[in-house]
Design a protein around this ligand. Sequence first.
Ligand SMILES: [Zn+2]
Length: 182
Amino acid sequence: MQEVEYESSGVPLEGYELTRRDHRQQKRLESIDRPTARQVAEERARERADPEIARRKYEAFKQAWELMQRFKKPDHEIMRWRVRLYCGHITETRRHREVATPTTHGPYSMVCPECGKDRSLIVAYEPIGLVAEPPPLPPDATAPPPPQPKKPTRAQLERRVAALEEENERLRSQGAVGTHDL
Ligand SMILES: [Zn+2]
């Protein structure tokens, strides 16, 4: 996996001043059509009236959820970012570790968990760190295995025993000589 130089923007986040570009982008964000509260209420009413719609919607949701679980990235591939939102709140978000800024890929805005502003532009950010440390690299599979000490053969063992006995004998006779000298 390649190394990524994580970038910061608008730090320190606490002192960030909104720019004209921020205002313009936020305005564009808010002009994007989204269902109004009335449309959502109507949709809900239709679902209640027709259990088949509700069931299909539930199935679609379940499938999407299962798909997401299957492709869920392990924690060491997820980068945590401290972000300042257009509304002024500072919060945290996550991105895949291979993106250098939280606004390169994925949404450059989010629902503010503090004030509920939906959507609030990410105006400044700084990297925090990976959710989890990467696991240690597996040992190099191409490297030769460390040499195993060879098991001595029976003949080698017998020779070793014979040599030890001989040595023992020699020491004993020297010892005998030694006592005579005293
Ligand atoms: Zn907010």
